[in-house]
Design a protein around this ligand. Structure first.
Ligand code: XMP
Length: 515
């Protein structure tokens, strides 16, 4: 099978490279630079992409790699740090650049072959570097430059070695995808026959083989990720799978019953389903706690306790399934990337549940890829296109202390907001629903006047974002009349709210959730 290995040197957007390659219908996966050359060769890659990273190659503490990588005949594309590593390893020089380049940068293309084959004479790219390649190694030619970066790209066609200082994987590099296509199709000779259904089929096969007659336990949240993971497992091993659904009281309005309707005994799938009503336990644990990370940790830990108790009732299982997807992995800070938030379904694994191994079938996929996998699995559209909902639920949509009363307020407001968006989409007032939209409780109270009386009540914030990978997001432009109707209904129908705000912050600088 055609396969590109993305060798990870610690940059923030490495899975993005793999995903862009998969968009070319070529299978790609990320492997850490700590994998030896022999291990990488044993994976039989058609090509290798070396990623960016935060280090300087001439610092001996930085991640380096066996130089033989560059002479073993596998086509290689080095990006940013990866480009510098290639130059440095093969005898070129890498230095601190007199002028760093960050962001949008126009590059002049000097040689239109190989990776730069189909790009314009000058092209906008995304740069992020303080070091640069000052001198290319023997056998290499400079294929692009900028006014301050003499080697924006270099190549050694015979050896099939290519390097770019900028980041073709980000959409800000206008012709970046063309460059990756040229690398995988022209340089590596891939045909591009891989599709998401191959992923689904292969994963079902792999899981079936791994599980054998074993018993599998899955923490099902009803969200897109764990639902897709559960259905995948149910297709692979049927009733050997037991799904435990913990209702932590931080779900959206009516959600517990909806999940039960789909996955429970009256539902669509071949699996064992257990619902645990643990609402009060969570409210008790969260009483008086205001710090976001502490709340996340408490919810995560309590979730594991409840889950563990259920697992004990079931007895020993062989495998535990988690619906972890890629953005959860990166934002929880694996490897050298910075920790933004400790996501609910990563880390803190229930090691006291008696199981042999974790299965995370979606670990390398982005949200939109998970949805494509869900459709391949025949999961109904309304489930597949359900907006994502975080593991800690409303716990991180209520700023400050979480109480049952506040949960009820945010549930009711959110329900109205979702209902109004659905109506607006149905009536054609909005073309489509934003990728994620919800109400949050700001925990701010302000003075208002209702029916000639002074009120001192909460402000609800409405948020709506457009995003495909949830790593970056733009705010959605909701028509005023929709927002207006939401405001009126929320204030009239939800007790304890006298003000509605609309959050205009993109990601970055904001995150999608409030905490
Ligand atoms: P942020 O707030 O980090 O959210 O911009 C990015 C996406 O991830 C979801 N999210 C989570 N999902 N467990 C999850 O399963 C979590 O702890 C968690 N925190 C955030 C969020 O809803 C958005 O879609």
């Amino acid at each position: 099978m055609e396969k590109i290995i993305v060798l990870d040197f610690g940059g923030q957007y490495n899975q993005l490279i793999a995903r862009r390659v998969r968009e070319c219908n070529v299978y790609a996966e990320v492997q850490p630079y700590t994998k030896s050359l022999d291990e990488i060769k044993a994976m039989n890659p058609t090509g290798i992409i070396l990623t960016g990273g935060p280090n300087s190659v001439y610092d001996m503490e930085s991640p380096h790699y066996d130089k033989e990588l560059f002479t073993c005949g596998i086509p290689i594309l080095g990006i940013c740090y990866g480009a510098q590593l290639m130059a440095w390893s093969l005898g070129g020089t890498v230095e601190t650049a007199p002028v760093s380049e960050y962001g949008r940068t126009e590059v002049t293309v000097d040689g239109k072959e190989g990776v730069l084959k189909n790009v314009s004479d000058t092209t906008i790219t995304w740069m992020s570097h303080t070091d640069y390649i000052a001198q290319v190694p023997e056998g290499f030619e400079i294929s692009a430059h900028t006014p301050v970066c003499p080697v924006a790209a270099m190549e050694n066609k015979e050896a099939k070695l290519y390097a770019v200082q900028f980041h073709p994987e980000v959409t800000h590099s206008v012709e970046g995808q063309k460059m990756l296509e040229a690398f995988v199709y022209d340089v590596c000779g891939c045909k591009g026959e891989w599709k998401m259904d191959s992923f689904v089929e292969r994963t079902i096969e792999e899981v079936r083989e791994k599980v054998g007659n074993g018993r599998v336990l899955c923490a099902l949240s009803g969200g897109v990720d764990s639902s897709v993971a559960a259905v995948l497992l149910s297709k692979a091993v049927g009733k050997q799978l037991t799904c435990v659904f913990v209702d932590h009281g931080l779900l959206r309005k009516n959600e517990g019953d909806e999940v039960e309707a789909v996955f429970g005994p009256e539902g669509h799938y071949d699996l064992n389903f257990i619902r645990v009503n643990a609402q009060q336990r969570f409210y008790d644990k969260l009483a008086g706690v205001t710090d976001p990370e502490t709340k996340r940790k408490i919810i995560g830990e309590e979730f594991i306790h409840v889950f563990e108790e259920e697992a004990k009732k079931i007895g020993a299982v062989d495998f535990l399934v988690q619906g972890t997807i890629y953005p959860d992995v990166i934002e929880s800070g694996l490897g050298k990337s910075a920790v933004i938030k400790s996501h609910h379904n990563v880390g803190g694994l229930p090691d006291y549940v008696d199981f042999k191994e974790i299965i995370e079938p979606l670990r390398m996929l982005f949200k939109d890829e998970v949805r494509r996998a869900g459709l391949e699995l025949g999961i109904p559209d309304y489930l597949v296109f359900r907006q994502p909902f975080p593991g800690p639920g409303l716990g991180i949509r209520i700023i400050g202390e979480v109480t049952e009363e506040k949960c009820k307020i945010v549930q009711d407001a959110d329900y109205i907001y979702r209902e109004e968006i659905a109506k607006a989409v149905e009536s054609g007032l909005m073309e489509s629903a934003p990728n994620q939209y919800f109400a949050a409780l700001t925990n701010m109270r302000s003075v208002g006047v209702m029916g000639d009386f002074r009120t001192y009540d909460y402000a609800i914030a409405l948020r709506a974002v457009l995003t495909s990978d949830f790593m970056t997001a733009d705010i959605a432009h909701i028509p005023w009349e929709v927002l207006d109707r939401c405001m009126t209904r929320i204030i009239n129908e939800v007790n304890g709210v006298n003000r509605v705000l609309y959050d205009l912050t993109s990601k970055p600088p904001g995150t999608i959730e409030f905490e």
